[in-house]
Every structure is written in structure tokens, then in C-alpha cells.
Ligand binder design. Structure first.
Ligand code: FE
Length: 192
């Protein structure tokens, strides 16, 4: 049974309703800002209750944050992923290359903001913000695409639901390596 089938068994149609809303929005929206603004409303509604997420998709791993694929549309127009952060876990500094909407389902995330300077170098903006349970934010090459995300809680997992304008686990995108160089990466998924 895949994750979508597990969700269907558990949630009584809440998640499928969200998928239907996103499908319709993406097929009718005239511009990205419309997807981001209306998608935020749909995602805020989805994360207002966490009972639809199966335990398997809320699992953290000891070595790395988990990225459980919940849904990918047949044409790769969008994907939905649950990110599960164990205590102390964080991403590298990275971009997405497509629009993304992120909502915190449990716990809280710490987001450090970065930007590309005019020479194409990734620079810290010396700005961070905390995204608490129930809050939603967006990323994209148009509005700011570089950040680093960490679990803000030191003693428990946090979970966020991410929606991206593509098959995010299979897109070639970019991160900074330990030497501070921009390198390509493909994130993959923890489970399908
Ligand atoms: Fe990100």
C-alpha cells in the first residue's frame, strides 16, 4: 500500500479534497502568484488538523530529516511531501527552482533566509524566522528561493507539509556544499 492509499484509509477524504483543490487551481491559474496565494489558503485548511497523516508518514529518522512523498500528480505538475525533522536536524542551504508552499503541521521550524547577489553568489540575509504550527509560507525563484530549514524544537520532532510545482524529489536543484560552493543535487524521497 502506498502513502496515498494509507491516507485514504485514515482521513475520510480531507487530503483528497486538498489534492482536488490544487489540481483545479494549477490547471486554471494564470500566474504563479495566484497559485501561491490561493494554495496558501488550501494548505492552511489542510494543516489545521493533523489526524489525516498516517504514522508512517510522520516517522523521523535518526540520521537525516525524512521526506515522505504523499502525492505526485500523473503529469508531475505538483507534488506533496511530509518533511519530518528530528531534534537537531536541518537541511543544507538550498534552492527549489519551482514554486513551493510550506505549512507546519506539528512543532515549529527555524528558517534562515539567503539570497543570490548580482554575481550569482549565495549570501546570508542575516534574517531568520520561526514558522510555528499552523503557519504557511512560500518560496519560488520569483519571490526568494534560497534558505536553510531546521527543526526549531530541541526535544521533539516537527512536521511540515510541502507542496511544490513539480516532482521535487527528482528535480535537479542547488545547494551549498561545506566549502560554500553551489553544487547540483537531487533530494529523492524517503519512501514512495
Ligand atoms: Fe526548502
Amino acid at each position: 500500500m502506498n502513502n496515498l492509499e494509507k491516507i485514504k484509509q485514515k482521513d475520510g477524504g480531507v487530503f483528497q479534497g486538498f489534492i482536488n483543490e490544487m489540481e483545479k487551481l494549477i490547471s486554471t491559474a494564470k500566474e504563479e502568484m495566484e497559485i501561491l496565494s490561493k494554495g496558501r489558503v488550501f494548505l492552511t485548511k489542510l494543516i489545521s488538523n493533523d489526524s489525516w497523516l498516517p504514522d508512517e508518514c510522520a516517522k523521523s529518522y535518526s540520521d537525516k530529516y525524512a521526506q515522505h512523498l504523499l502525492y505526485k500528480d500523473p503529469l508531475d505538475k505538483f507534488s506533496v511531501v511530509s518533511f519530518v525533522w528530528g531534534p537537531g536536524q536541518r537541511t543544507p542551504i538550498h534552492d527549489h527552482t519551482v514554486w513551493g508552499i510550506v505549512g507546519v503541521l506539528r512543532g515549529a521550524e527555524l528558517c534562515d533566509e539567503y539570497e543570490l547577489d548580482i554575481e550569482g553568489k549565495v549570501k546570508a540575509q542575516d534574517r531568520s524566522h520561526i514558522l510555528k504550527k499552523g503557519r504557511v509560507e512560500a518560496v519560488s525563484p520569483m519571490i526568494g528561493d534560497w534558505h536553510r530549514v531546521a527543526n526549531h524544537l530541541e526535544d521533539q520532532s516537527s512536521i511540515s507539509i510541502h507542496v511544490y510545482g513539480g516532482d521535487i524529489g527528482n528535480l535537479k536543484r542547488h545547494m551549498l556544499n561545506e566549502a560554500g560552493e553551489v553544487v547540483e543535487f537531487v533530494s529523492g524521497y524517503s519512501s514512495t
